[in-house]
Design a binder for this molecule. Structure first.
Ligand SMILES: Nc1ncnc2c1ncn2[C@@H]1O[C@H](COP(=O)(O)OP(=O)(O)OP(=O)(O)O)[C@@H](O)[C@H]1O
Ligand SMILES: N[C@@H](CCO)C(=O)O
Length: 294
């Protein structure tokens, strides 16, 4: 059995902790067989555990404990991932969704989509990465009192250019620079920007969505110092016709939305800029979310 989960890009500017999209880079977890102890074969580096300390198995254990189930066997697994770690493309959420599905399959829990989303949001803390990783496409979600409401919709047709800098930025560290509070006036203003962004996305107006996503008041102004590439790429995007540019998740990846016809000129400009060191991915929306193959 194989579990396949897409990468995700959260926030889209003002949709902080609420809006996310699934994109076509994938985490794959394969069950190779029963084993004397849990073992995850991978080539993701020595910082990623191969035993029960791995996020995949801590998630599995948490789900089994919530469901009060004990597995009689342990397994040898193979994990491969195209998703860069700690770069703002939902690597941790992909593992959490895979861990929930692994528990679901091995213990035959018959979890519903809503139950998977509830568990994933509780483990990750916010729904904007886990919801599109599970459902695919564009998801707008909110969590309160242990309940998540999520709306899945078609993302407008466009190209996605993800610039992934050569350094990690852990979500935990990127959240430390955020303010503890916003004034009432500031919160109303930030939320109205997010509302218009959502409306533009749902009506397929990418020109307007792209402009308003660059006016976020919730997180980008505070994180801009951590990711100097955001300003550079935003200037390139504006000069060469991108719809909009935003900090993907907690960063440091920067996502640019554009029409097919400007993709090559944007790519060329980014490659030519000597201040930018990192990898550029041309991505598509993943419309499926979590997939299990038997
Ligand atoms: N394949 C994996 N197996 C086990 N743990 C992983 C794996 N991928 C990521 N992680 C864990 O998740 C951490 C990265 O999570 P973090 O939330 O900081 O970034 P991200 O999920 O890549 O980005 P963002 O949440 O901003 O989109 C890694 O340092 C590692 O501990
Ligand atoms: N909304 C989250 C996404 C990363 O987990 C953040 O920006 O911190």
């Amino acid at each position: 059995m194989k579990i396949i989960v897409p990468a995700t890009s959260a926030n889209l500017g003002a949709g902080f902790d609420s809006i996310g999209i699934a994109v076509n880079l994938y985490l794959t977890v394969e069950i190779l067989g029963i084993s004397n102890s849990w073992y995850i074969e991978h080539d993701l580096g020595e910082n990623i555990p191969t035993d029960e300390r791995n996020l995949l198995l801590t998630t599995l254990t948490e789900v089994l404990s919530v469901k009060n189930v004990v597995l009689s066997e342990k397994y040898h697994l193979k994990m491969t991932s195209e998703i860069p770690l700690a770069r703002g493309l939902g690597s941790s959420s992909s593992v959490i969704i895979a861990g929930i599905e692994l528990a679901n399959q091995l213990a035959q829990l018959n979890l519903t989509i809503d139950e998977k989303l509830e568990l994933a949001t509780q483990i990750e803390g916010h729904p904007d990465n886990v919801a599109p990783a599970l459902l695919g496409n564009l998801v707008i979600a909110t969590t309160s009192n242990h309940h998540t409401d999520a709306v899945c919709a078609e993302f407008p047709v466009c190209k996605l250019l993800a610039f992934v800098p050569n350094y990690e930025l852990k979500t935990m560290d990127s959240r430390k620079v955020l303010p503890k509070q916003l004034s009432y006036k500031e919160a109303v203003s930030a939320s109205s920007i997010a509302n218009v962004l959502t409306a533009n996305l749902l009506t397929g107006d990418l020109l307007s969505a792209g402009k308003i996503m660059e006016r976020d008041r919730f997180h980008e102004p505070y994180r801009a110092n951590l990711v100097p590439e955001l300003d550079i790429l935003r200037k390139i995007g504006r000069a060469y016709g991108a719809y909009g540019t935003y900090l993907s998740g907690a960063g440091p990846t920067i996502m640019m939305l554009c029409a097919d016809k400007v993709l090559s000129v944007l790519t060329e400009q980014i490659h030519q800029d000597k201040q930018l060191t990192g990898q550029l991915y041309s991505l598509e929306i993943d419309k499926m979310g979590l997939k299990t193959e038997h």
